[in-house]
Design a protein around this ligand. Structure first.
Ligand SMILES: [Zn+2]
Ligand SMILES: [Zn+2]
Length: 259
């Protein structure tokens, strides 16, 4: 069994064909998926999917790329996270690649999410792109790490260096790899994935984007997470069954779910 630790099945492309999405998950032995919130107006839809389907979990948060959207407060995130199927805070973080200029609002929004994670004890789902120093610095300043009384979390769709992965792991964070790791031109990331211990790895699709090989360029969906696992097994030269079992166990451990 596999778990897709990060998908967006609430997005119209996937929401329009959910029966197909669920049957592909079953065919490919993908038992669960975490549907990740990107803004507050869409959160009720994410929560509704988690309420309706036993194998779908939800998170609550506002993505760093969403500029013109209601700004969350700590109190609001804490209130919305108070639900048995809402298991994480995010996605949050920093993205200096998509947006430029004065991004102080992005850093402030990130801090708000870390405070909500500490208040609820629910782990963070962190998106970081072209902002490694500020991401790690703010995580430290706000005490995101398990060693600082934080709830820890996951660096999702990881594409940074091994040094950044190690800094996050030192704070008790997990590293999640998406279909990007299967791309032929992702040599550096593949070296990072080889170096990160399996006990710290989650797998994800980030669907509907970033379909792994052999579906690259097509619409992605949670059922395709098995291809990320297959690639990881080849990369680490270990049995696929070990990747499946360990990443599943990691997911349940991180999000404090009974297995
Ligand atoms: Zn993301
Ligand atoms: Zn995402």
């Amino acid at each position: 069994m596999y778990i897709d630790s990060h998908c967006h099945i609430d997005f119209p492309e996937l929401a329009a064909r959910l029966p197909e999405v669920f049957s592909r998950m079953a065919d490919n032995k993908v038992s669960h998926a975490l549907c990740v919130s990107v803004d507050l107006p869409d959160f009720p839809h994410v929560r509704e999917l988690a309420e309706k389907y036993p194998n779908i979990f939800a998170s609550v948060g506002v993505h760093p790329d969403y500029e013109d959207t209601p700004e969350p407060t700590v109190e609001e995130l804490v209130r919305l996270a108070d639900h048995p199927k809402v298991i994480a805070i995010g996605e949050t973080g920093l993205d200096y690649y998509r947006l430029q200029g004065d991004l102080e609002w992005q850093r402030e929004r990130f801090r708000v999410h870390i405070r909500a994670s500490r208040a609820t004890g629910k782990p963070l789902i962190i998106h970081t792109r072209s902002a490694p120093e500020d991401t790690i610095r703010i995580m430290r300043e706000e005490g995101a790490g398990a060693d600082e009384g934080g709830a820890g979390g996951v660096m999702h769709c990881f594409t940074e260096s091994l040094a950044v992965a190690e800094a996050a792991m030192a704070m008790g964070f997990y590293i999640s790899f998406s279909g990007i790791v299967t791309f032929r031109n992702a040599r550096e990331l593949q070296a990072v994935a080889r170096a990160v211990p399996l006990e710290r790895i989650l797998i994800e699709t980030d669907s509907p984007y970033l379909a792994p090989v052999p579906h690259r360029g097509k619409m992605n969906e949670p059922g395709f997470v098995c291809h990320v696992a297959e690639y990881m097994a080849t990369l680490k030269e270990i049995p696929l069954e070990r990747v499946a079992q360990q990443t599943t166990e990691n997911f349940f451990r991180l999000f404090r779910l009974p297995q």
